[in-house]
Design a protein around this ligand. Structure first.
Ligand SMILES: O=C(O)c1cc(C(=O)O)oc(=O)c1
Length: 305
């Protein structure tokens, strides 16, 4: 059996999240979360940049029920490379309550893509965050995008705000819907009306196929306060950014917990308090329903809409 040693300083997921005060709408989807292993059953990939704690499907489903979500979208974590077995196992075990986003390599065949589809996969993830992955040539990614487009899947992209100018042409040439992870990681010390965030808003405005997850305030916040110890107005410096996206593009936003929160360095949020962040960025019942139910259902369970 493989024994894995966690990256030094690794923070494990919160053991005892509070019950959210914000009542999620019926049918809410946690549209960005991960499973890690467990490593003994689903070994972490040799090329990984970090070794996490175990965070398996049983714990994910328990959190889903505790917080009041109905469904999950499980996004392949980079610590598993292109070995999608842990994510697929969780999707299948969910009995239809989870769909997945995979990582695939250029050589994948249509039969394997079909198997992923049958297990619940509806997208692939392209990662451009240098601390998480080695570089994959863009022609390789474009080839994958062309292949998965035939299955009606979309591409999830993870990048940092300063890299958007260089990646813009590639992103806008993708033949599918494109879903941005964590708002393209804005630097929230900069003004919400500043050049950097304006470019992201322009990216969404000019490209109606682009969606954004308004997730990860715990990752983006500089000033906090942290979602801990009953704090229900957490991460105030992230609110103006997320709220602006939700209000301008209410039909193209998704929200997720990002559980089990890989690579956080200074604190591990209470997931119940993270849910209480939602009404600050989506202040009306209509915006909440679009963000948490209508949009993720259209993207991941279109046959039920
Ligand atoms: O910022 C991160 O460290 C991070 C990592 C991963 C992953 O390793 O897949 O996924 C995320 O959504 C965020």
């Amino acid at each position: 059996m493989m024994e894995f040693v966690k990256t030094p300083g690794w923070l494990d997921w919160h053991p005892d999240p509070s019950t959210p005060r914000f009542q999620l709408p019926a049918g809410a989807v946690d549209a960005h979360c991960h499973v890690f292993g467990p490593g003994a059953e689903f070994p972490f990939a040799a090329e990984r940049k970090y070794t996490p704690c175990d965070a398996g499907k049983a714990q994910l489903f328990a959190l889903r029920d505790h917080l009041g979500f109905s469904r999950n979208v499980i996004v392949q974590a980079t610590c598993h490379g292109a070995d999608n077995r842990a994510m697929i196992d969780a999707c299948i075990a969910s009995g239809g309550k989870a769909r997945g986003v995979a990582t695939v390599r250029r050589g994948i065949g249509d039969q394997e893509l079909q198997q992923l589809h049958d297990a619940g996969v509806r997208g692939v993830r392209f990662n451009f965050v240098k601390r998480l992955v080695d570089f994959t040539p863009k022609d390789e990614l474009m080839e994958i995008a062309g292949r998965i487009a035939r299955f009606g899947w979309h591409v999830v992209i993870y990048f940092e705000a300063q890299d958007l100018p260089e990646l813009w042409d590639f992103f806008t040439a993708l033949p599918t819907k494109v879903v941005v992870d964590h708002m393209g990681r804005p630097d929230v010390r900069k003004p919400v009306d500043g050049e950097e965030f304006a470019l992201f808003m322009k990216f969404m405005r000019e490209n109606p196929q682009v969606w954004s997850k308004v997730s990860c305030p715990e990752r983006l916040s500089v000033r906090g306060p942290r979602a801990l110890n009953g704090e229900r107005e957490a991460y105030r410096d992230v609110v103006p950014f997320a709220r602006r996206i939700v209000e301008e593009f209410p039909d193209r936003v998704l929200w997720g917990t990002d559980w089990p929160h890989p690579n956080l360095k200074d604190h591990m949020p209470d997931d119940g308090l993270l849910v209480d962040f939602i009404p600050h960025i989506a202040p009306t019942a209509e915006l909440q329903r679009k963000l948490l139910v209508d949009n993720p259902m259209r993207l991941y369970w279109p046959e039920e809409v």
